[in-house]
Design a protein around this ligand. Sequence first.
Ligand code: MIG
Length: 650
Amino acid sequence: MIRRFTFGNPIPTEAVVLNIEKRKAVPPIDESIAVMDGMAEIKRTVNGFIMKMRDEDIVYGLGENVRGINKRGWVYESNNSDEPKHEETRKSLYGSHNFIVIAGEKPSENYGLFIDTPGKVRFDIGYSKYDELKIEVIPADGDSEDYTSELNLDLYIIEEDTVLKTVKSFRGLVGKSYIAPKWAFGYGQSRWSYMSSDEVREVVKKHRDNHIPLDSLYLDIDYMDDFMDFTTNPDTFADFKELVEDMRKEHIHLVPIIDAGVKAKEGYKVYDEGVQNGYFCKDENGEDFLVGVWPGKCVLPDMLNDEARAWFGNWYKVLLDLGIDGFWNDMNEPALFYSEKRLKKVFDEIGEYKNKNLDVNTFFEFSELAGSIANNPEDYKSFYHNYKGQKIRHDKVHNLFGYYMTRSASEAFKRLVPDKNILMYSRSSYIGMHRYAGIWQGDNRAFWSHLLMNIQMMPSLNMCGFLYTGADLGGFGDDTTSDLMIRWLSFGIFTPLMRNHSARGTRRQEVYQFDSKSMDMMSGIISLRYRLIPYLYDAYTKACEQDEMMFRPLGMDYPSDKDARRVEDQLMIGDAIMVSPVYTQNATGRSVYIPENMTMLRFKGAELVEETSLTKGHTFIDMPLGEVCIFVREGKELKLADAGAEYVEE
Ligand code: MIG
C-alpha cells in the first residue's frame, strides 16, 4: 500500500511514474500523519517529520552514503556534492536518494518513506536522540523567504508484509531501472588519464599480451581538446576514429567522459549555439553565469529546460558517429571550482590582508578565504534555471542537475540510435535517474575502509533503483597496494560495473603494473568474473525487470533470523548466492554467518578447487589472498561459464 501526502506546492522532480492519489487533507503541525502497523506513528513537525525507533529497528536506505547498511546513529543530508573525502563523518556524497525503510523485528513490521523534493533534506537517524528519527527540510542558509515552516514536498508512505516487498512496491512507484548492455559486465580499465591514443593502444595490448580479460578502456578528460565536451584532441588523439575501430576489432569498447561544464569560448560550437539559444544557466541579471571547471571559464547548460536538454543530448551524436557506445557523465552535481563573481570577491578580500601583520584570528580568516571558493553554497544561490516555464533559483532544484544531464544523454540515445543499447552512468544522481542510467560511486581512496563502504553501499543503492553500479576498484585517490587491489577485485567481480580507476599522480594500478605473483592472482580473479557473468547478468536483468534488489543484506532475506539481521559485511546476490568478502589487511580468513545450509565453492583464480557443505550457523573460513569463496543456497545452482574468456561474446 502506498499513501501520498502532498505538502505545499512541491517542485516536480519526475522521480515518480505512478500517479498515486493525494490524501485530501494533510495533518497540521504536531499531529499524527500515520500510525504504522505495530510500529511508531509518524508525526508532522514544523519543518518535517518525526518518529520513534525501537531498539531492534533497523533503518535501511539512503542510497549513496557513508557508513553501514543499518543507517542508525548518524545524520545524513541530501545535498549532491563533489566531495573526494568519503570520510565517515560526511553527510552527503554525489547523489540524493531520499528513501528509507524502517524494519522491526517481525517481518511485517516495516514501512518505507520517500521524501520527494529536489532541495536539501536532513535525516537524523538517532543522532540527536537515540530513539528518534527526524526528517527535516533544511532552510537555505541565511534565506528567509523560502524553506521556512512551509513544507513543499511529496511524502510517500509504503507498507507491505516484508522489507523486500516494501522496496519492490517503492520501485514500482519510481519505475523500471536502466539495463546496461552485457559487454558492460566485462572488466574495464580506467585512469585519469590516458594521454594519447598510443597510450590507449599500449594499455590494451598489455592486457591482451598477459591474457588479462578486458572489455572496456576508459577515456578521462585528456582525450578532449582543451577539455571541451564533444571534441577530441587533434594532436594526441588525431586518429580517434581509427582508434575506436581498431579497438573494436580487439573487442574493446572505448568509454569517454563528458563533463557538465561547457567551455565559454567563442568559436566553440557547443558554446556558440548555447549562447544563441539562451540554453545556459543565467545569473540574476539574465547574463550567462560563469563558473570555473576543468576547461577554465565555463557555462552550465540548463539541463532542466526541456529544449536545452534535448539540444545538449544531441551533441553526444558527435561521439556516437565515431563508433562510441558508452559514456560516463562527470562533475554534474554540478561541481564548481569557482564562480567568476566569487573569485573576484575573494581576490578583493584577500587584498585587504596584504602588508598586514596577521594575528591568530586574521590568519585563519585569510587562509579560509581561498578554501571557501570551491562548491560555495552562495554560488548555488546565484544562478537560475528555466524549469517548466518558470525561473527557479538553482539551490531549490540542486539535487536534480546530474539526473537531468544524464537524462539528456539517455533521451538522445533513444532518438539517435534507437536500436543500440548504450552504456551510460553518471556521478551525480537523484531517484528517477535510475530509469536512464547507472552511477559509479565517485572518488573513493585506496583505503581498506572504502572497500567495506563499497560493499555496504550496494544494497542501499539497489533499494533506490541503481543497479548498474560499482566503485573505483583499488581506490581512486592515493597509492593502492597489491593486497588491497586483490581483495577489492575479489569483491568487484560481483558488482555490475567492474572498473579499475585511479587518479593522476597515484601509483599506477593496471593489473600488469604489479609483481608477477600479484598480477597472476588479479588476472585469475578477473577470469573468474567472466565465468560468473551468465549468473550475474541474469540476476541483474531480472532485478531490473521485476523491481527487485540484486544485492541484499542478510536481514532482508532472513528477516526473522536475529543473527542474520545483524550482519553488515555479507551480501546475498541474485537468488542463489551469498558472498563474504575479506576487507581487512593481512587477514587470511574471516568469520562468516551461514544463514541456511549452503554449499561453499572455493575458487583459486578462475578454477573451482573445493566444494563443501556448511550448516547454518557461525563459522570461520580461510580465505587466503587470491582465493574467492561463494556460498550457494540449498536447492540453487550457480551457473558458471567455461574458463578462458578474455572478453564478453556479443
Ligand atoms: O575534478 O576527470 O570522479 O573519476 O577521474 C576531478 C577527472 C574530475 C572526478 C571523477 C574522476 C575523474 C576526475 N574527475
